[in-house]
Design a protein. Structure first.
Length: 265
């Protein structure tokens, strides 16, 4: 018995460990993504109306109108919260790739919803029905899936890991990043790099999370999601399994709804 009244076994008892299923991760990702879209489509495009201001005019308007400054602050906060979703979706993309029964079906599903989501994304992002200056984030996911397939082929094509494999992996990742930049898909750079990290270091949990946090700093708050990724249980969860296509459909649906609200404001 120790002096504080507890036995050594009681004092050394491990603290409860948080474990998150794929269902919890998807809900977490969607809620944070929802915050981002509200900040951009409703507050920034709708209530503030950033499209009506020219270069430098918005700053002058905020200095003259405290309410406008208040709204701008909320738009920034909501989009910072939205940054938390980026590492989570990149991580879930890799988990889906590793465990899917059909890679072709998985890629096709992502591509179909990417095209379906494009008009809603343009509406939410810019307030117009058609805008070719940027594409929605599912195109970044599709590019990442193609890259992951290539990384898998490189692993199987060489018997021993060495300079040749690492060079091939680096070239493939760099080429995918270039394509995401040419396509101007949302969060393309971070999504591609994170997907590569989560795949290549899939057997090294701590390294995977640390490298992911380093890349996620591109979006300020995103590294905080490293805690959720570290505590992923490896279990898909009932909600994610039963309502798989509902989560896909929620992406264009929430973009369309919030885009319409922002346009109406």
């Amino acid at each position: 018995m120790a002096e504080d009244g507890y036995t050594l076994n009681e004092r050394r008892r491990p603290r409860p460990h948080l474990e998150l299923t794929g269902s919890v991760m998807k809900i977490y990702g969607f809620v944070t993504m929802l915050c981002y879209t509200v900040g951009r489509a409703v507050v920034q495009n709708g209530l503030i109306g950033v499209a009506q201001y020219g270069p430098g005019e918005l700053s002058a308007a905020m200095e003259a109108d405290p309410h406008l400054m208040y709204l701008s602050g909320w738009a920034s906060v909501l989009q910072l919260i939205g940054g938390l979703a980026i590492p989570v979706f990149a991580f879930l993309l890799v988990e889906g790739f590793l465990h899917t029964a059909s890679y072709k079906k998985y890629l096709l599903t992502v591509l179909v919803f990417a095209f379906v989501s494009e008009v809603p994304y343009d509406l939410a992002a810019s307030g117009s029905w058609w805008d070719m200056t940027g594409q929605n984030g599912l195109f970044s996911c599709a590019l990442s899936l193609v890259m992951l397939y290539g990384l898998r082929l490189l692993e199987g094509g060489l018997e021993k890991p060495g300079f040749g494999r690492r060079l091939g992996q680096a070239v493939l990742v760099a080429a995918t990043v270039l394509w995401s930049m040419l396509l101007q898909s949302a969060f393309g750079l971070a999504t591609v790099l994170l997907a590569a990290i989560y795949y290549l270091w899939r057997e090294q949990k701590g390294v995977r999370v640390l490298l992911g946090c380093a890349v996620s700093i591109l979006y300020v708050t995103a590294p905080l999601s490293g805690y959720a990724i570290y505590n992923y249980s490896g279990q898909r969860g009932r909600v994610a399994e039963k309502y798989k296509y509902v989560f896909y459909a929620l992406y264009p649906a929430h973009l369309l709804l919030l885009g319409l609200i922002g346009r109406a404001l």
